[in-house]
Design a binder for this molecule. Structure first.
Ligand code: SAH
Length: 342
């Protein structure tokens, strides 16, 4: 079976080149530049590699584990891709244009095991983890599609990134390679529904990517209902892990809180949230809940949302309301599944 070129860090590729192909060390960097900076889609085009070695690469490596099945452009400039994988599985990826640059929201798994009640991805059965290469290729494909660089990556597509920890960590290293896409580590964000052991592992990983926690409730009773992961890791345990993460990394955590009408949006919730986060280096991102097919949650009215935000701010917790992009094409938070467009 051929290896996916997008699956390897420069160091790993260097190792393979030396051990398996008897090649010089710097060939991996040369390959990286062709793949990620020159957008070469054919090993033969890598003109500074010896011809014989290029043949070896063609025989042993591939660089097309994704095919762009469908692309949809929203009036706000957001693009949603449906990528088909080699085994027939499919994932969605979203490209958002901000004034600070292009941001890609990647999927980390085919389907999701977390089964959050308000999220479209949870309606998918879990099939498998994505490989690091399949994750990286989503960003490469999005960048090639618009012919522009990608400056930010968020692991907020389909799947729970910490349920595919090793492949996600490797993908982050690859995205961050200076000879490759060179995406700044602080421009990469991993979002988790709250897998405590992995949060602690991430704190020790030395990888300074941003961490987002999908919290969405202030009592275990409500969070148990919304997010089954809460049955394994209660809010108190989650908060302890977050505090350890901040202590070890001195990095700010973003808490995602999707406001659902009559479920988690009272001023009492805002006060409880402020108590939970009291003294922590953090920021709260309030998300207006997005409608999903068959979903039972509706949006909190704008004025209630603003009061909620103000209640947090007044208690010293910085909170902002997330700008919404892509909802016209079902590309907003929680709307990703694998939809074939009509
Ligand atoms: N599994 C990870 C990554 C998904 S990120 C996680 O849970 O963090 C997607 C973000 O969108 C999460 O914060 C998720 O809770 C949120 N989300 C899910 N469904 C949503 C919906 N219908 N409306 C708004 N946000 C939603």
């Amino acid at each position: 079976m051929k290896k996916n070129i997008f699956d390897y860090t420069v160091d790993e590729l260097t190792d393979i080149y030396i051990k398996e192909f008897n090649q010089k060390k710097y060939r991996a960097v040369q390959t990286y530049k062709w793949v990620y900076q020159e957008n070469a889609e054919d090993f033969y085009k890598m003109s500074d590699l010896p011809l014989e070695f290029r043949k070896n690469l063609v025989e042993n490596f591939e660089m097309n584990s994704l095919t762009k099945e469908e692309v949809r452009l929203s009036p706000d400039g957001t693009t949603k891709f449906l990528f088909k994988l080699k085994d027939g599985a499919a994932v969605e990826t979203v490209l958002m244009k901000y004034n600070f640059g292009n941001s890609v929201c990647v999927s980390s798994q085919v389907g999701c095991r977390m089964k959050c009640d308000f999220c479209a991805s949870s309606k998918l059965s879990f099939e498998r983890n994505l490989t690091s290469g399949e994750i990286v290729e989503q960003i490469v494909a999005a960048s090639r599609h618009i012919g522009e660089k990608i400056s930010n990556v968020v692991f907020m597509g389909i799947g729970e990134p910490f349920d595919n920890y090793d492949n996600v960590m490797r993908a982050i290293r690859i995205l961050n390679e200076p000879h490759g896409l060179n995406i700044g580590i602080r421009h990469i964000t991993v979002s988790t529904s709250g897998l405590v052991p992995q949060i602690l592992k991430f704190a020790d990983s030395g990888l300074a990517a941003n961490l987002s926690i999908s919290l969405h409730a202030t009592t275990n009773e409500v969070r148990d209902k919304l997010m089954p992961v809460n049955k394994a890791y209660k809010i108190e345990t989650l908060m302890q892990a977050c505090k350890k993460y901040i202590e070890k990394t001195n990095r700010r955590i973003t808490f995602e809180y999707a406001l659902m009408y009559g479920v988690n949006d009272t001023i009492r919730d805002a006060c409880r949230l402020a108590d939970l986060l009291n003294g922590m280096l953090c920021h709260v991102n309030l998300i207006p809940i997005n409608a999903i097919e068959g979903g039972s949650y509706t949006r909190t009215p704008q004025s209630v949302m603003m009061n909620f935000r103000d209640a947090l701010n007044n208690r010293g917790i910085t909170a902002t309301v997330r700008r919404e992009l892509g909802s016209e094409i079902d590309a907003a938070c929680g709307q990703l599944r694998r939809q074939y467009f009509e």
